[in-house]
Write a protein that binds this ligand. Structure first.
Ligand SMILES: [Zn+2]
Length: 242
């Protein structure tokens, strides 16, 4: 696993050049955001201990396999660290993949593994986890969350955006790294969430797949425009068919 310090309190861990998780420094230790794919618990804990702090909580952006693959292993190794996820995506850990009647009835995409770990806290819009403000960003998954560091406005956006293969909103197909698009549940909601994240005026954008961007506004705006155009085109095609 490759570790890169982005600031005094944000550290990016990258697996195979394409799967990120993050260590966020707090006064009491690290908040680990996401857990990469399976088999990475030791590597993640090694990086935290090299940085000199324990992992004191595990926070999840969403329930896809490349974000919670090592959750059970980490929970076994760190049984006292709270496990925190949105109330909505927590259902997927139990294997419940049903949609609620208020949600768009389109099929879920991507891998949602069943976990033995049970969350200790469920999150909602506006909650706080240490220095991080919880931002509900449905679209890639129904209960996807992003986290804004209130100390410096660094935004950890999970898969709401990607930067690998080009900066894109979840659901925009990027030939060089198409996985986030293929795993995106609802593009219209993903677009709304992307606009919400841009409006936060983040100082940096840290994503599940790709490098961290500083001053990301222009690139986020452009990615949003590309998504708007592609959705407008899809709608045009659908109305011609109808
Ligand atoms: Zn995902």
């Amino acid at each position: 696993m490759k570790m890169q310090a982005f600031s005094n309190h944000l550290f990016q861990l990258t697996r195979l050049g394409c799967i990120n998780c993050y260590l966020v420094r707090e006064d009491d230790g690290f908040t680990l955001i996401d857990t990469a794919d399976g088999g990475q618990a030791r590597a993640i804990m090694r990086e935290a201990s090299r940085l000199g702090l324990p992992i004191v909580r595990i926070l999840l952006t969403h329930a896809h396999v490349d974000h919670l693959g090592s959750l059970d292993e980490l929970h076994a190794a760190l049984p006292d660290a709270p496990v925190v996820i949105s109330e909505r995506d927590a259902c997927f850990l139990l294997g419940d993949k049903s949609l609620s009647s208020s949600e768009p009835q389109v099929p879920l995409r991507g891998g949602y593994p069943v976990c033995t770990t049970r969350p200790t806290r469920l999150l909602y819009e506006g909650d706080r986890v240490g220095s991080l403000e919880v931002i509900a960003t449905p679209g890639h998954t129904p209960g996807h969350l992003a986290f804004l560091d209130t100390r410096d406005r660094a935004l950890i956006a999970g898969d709401a955006f990607q930067t690998l293969g080009g900066v894109a909103v979840a659901g925009t197909f990027k030939l060089l790294f198409p996985l986030p698009a293929l795993a995106t549940w609802h593009k219209g909601l993903a677009l709304e969430s992307a606009r919400k994240l841009l409006a936060l005026q983040p100082s940096s954008l840290a994503v599940g797949h790709g490098r961290i961007l500083s001053h990301p506004q222009a690139e986020m705006e452009h990615a949003i425009q590309v998504m708007e155009q592609s959705l407008a085109k899809e709608e045009g095609q659908q109305s011609r068919v109808a």
